[in-house]
Design a protein around this ligand. Structure first.
Ligand code: S3P
Length: 439
């Protein structure tokens, strides 16, 4: 399912200046939610720009197993025949979320509220990721979910529980946990309120509202009443900023480059990297701005410019939580060190991203000082060498970009999971001048 078992390595090295115009695939967070909420709605919803990644396809496949008819008239389109808030039915056997933390955590909230039992499993990476952050507050609502020791997947969800709304303050800033509680809250008696230590992406709130749910939300706060129904609506998925990020950094570090990334989603809870890169001196201009599917979008035109190291403001961390692999590569090519703090969450992503990036850069000749919640990256010239992506899509893509300035060939191991979020990344990268091929 996740592709993680297919051994695939890349060879990457310095190519030519990067030039061209790119269509970046649809946003992963929005794609997951679009299929989930459309499935729960009354009526038929059409999704345009759906991400054809393994993660989001895994979520769609799960809803098909739960009795939802989903048509794929053409790639990146889905027609979802919603079954209504109470229309899901038990699946035979376990539900495989693949590599997707978003899939598993949101489904935990939704399935805890159903009349039937479910079991959620994931691939090796997802099976190491913490789930207590979601099962503990769901238990406060009356949910019954068994985990493996240490709060790890699989999640054995016992349906048929009467849930009650809670007023909950998250311990870690997590849109996934917030969303799980809001989904359970749709079925709970009374109100569910989620408060966040720092605002996280608000796609669940925006999209539930688009599906007709009465939900009150502002940065760091969301409140809804249980017992509401969703009304089918059409969803347009913007291009994924997190995928665009690799090309922002690629063009930003290779002299002579200029890329136009078309109509990228610029939700302010996602664009921390844009601010960080601009602080570093990057030349990134927004053009043709507009609104797509209720989200701000614009073309991003990025030209090479010399970068300088910065102290990444801790307040930016949640808004660039998925972009640190890319940021590390930018930092490696800056003048002066870059300091990251307050980013311990990176240790529980698809891999321990602080360790993966620090080890990878060290293997290519740089000095990186790791701390429990961050790192200091000392820039330098990347040598050739071997990097282990640890099966983490974003680590693999980050080093594919970094290698475009390396002195020698870089072999990047275990890259098949790039297909979880960005199928076709390597072909797009080659199309604009990157040197990148299967080993
Ligand atoms: C996501 C939220 C983030 C992010 C992940 C997608 C989402 O995780 O890292 O890639 O779609 O809600 P957390 O909410 O756990 O920080």
């Amino acid at each position: 399912m996740s592709g993680g078992s297919d051994a695939l390595d890349w060879i990457a090295s310095a190519g030519s200046p990067l030039r061209g115009t790119l269509d970046i695939p649809g946003d992963k967070s929005v794609s997951h939610r679009s299929v989930m909420f459309a499935a729960l709605a009354d009526g038929v919803s059409t999704i345009e720009g759906f991400l054809e990644g393994e993660d989001t396809r895994a979520t769609a496949a799960i809803f098909a197993r739960l009795g939802v008819r989903i048509e794929t008239p053409s790639p990146s389109r889905r027609i979802v025949h919603g079954v209504g808030i109470d229309g899901l039915r038990a699946a035979d056997g376990v539900l495989d979320c693949g590599n997707a933390g978003t899939g598993m955590r949101l489904l935990a909230g939704l399935l805890a509220a159903q009349r039937f039992d479910s079991v959620l499993v994931g691939d090796a990476s997802l099976s190491r990721r913490p789930m207590r952050r979601v099962t503990a507050p769901l238990a406060k609502m009356g949910a019954r979910i068994d985990t493996e020791a240490g709060g790890l997947p699989p999640l054995r969800i016992h349906g048929g529980q009467a849930l009650v709304g809670i007023d909950h303050t998250l311990e870690v800033a997590s849109a996934q946990v917030k969303s799980a509680l809001l989904l359970a809250g749709l079925y709970a008696d009374g109100e569910t309120i989620v408060r966040e230590p720092h605002p996280t992406r608000d796609y669940t709130e925006r999209m539930l509202s688009a599906f007709g749910v009465d939900i009150e939300f502002s940065p760091g706060f969301a409140r809804l009443r249980g017992g509401q129904r969703l009304r089918a609506t059409d969803i347009a998925v913007p291009a994924d900023f997190s995928s665009a990020a690799f090309f922002l950094v690629a063009a930003g570090i290779v002299p002579g480059s200029e890329l136009r990334l078309k109509q990228v989603g610029l939700n302010p809870r996602r664009t921390g990297l844009l601010q960080a890169l601009r602080m570093m001196g990057a030349d990134i201009v927004e053009d043709n701005g507009g609104v797509h599917g209720g989200e701000p979008v614009a073309d991003l035109v990025v030209r090479y410019a010399p970068l300088r190291g910065i102290e990444v403001p801790e307040t930016l961390v949640p808004d660039m939580i998925d972009e640190f692999p890319a940021l590390f590569i930018a930092a490696a090519h800056a003048s002066g060190p870059t300091v990251v703090r307050g980013a311990a969450e990176l240790r529980v992503k698809e891999s321990d991203r602080l360790a993966a990036m620090a080890n990878g850069l060290r293997g290519l000749g740089l000095q990186v000082d790791e701390t429990p919640d961050g790192a200091t990256i000392h820039p330098g010239t990347l040598q050739g060498g071997v990097v282990d992506s640890l099966g983490d899509h974003r680590i693999a893509m980050a080093f594919a970009v970094g290698a475009q300035r390396a002195l020698g060939e870089v072999r990047i191991g275990d890259v098949a999971n790039v297909a979880t979020s960005f199928p076709g990344f390597d072909a797009l990268a080659r199309g604009v001048g990157c040197s990148l091929s299967d080993a």
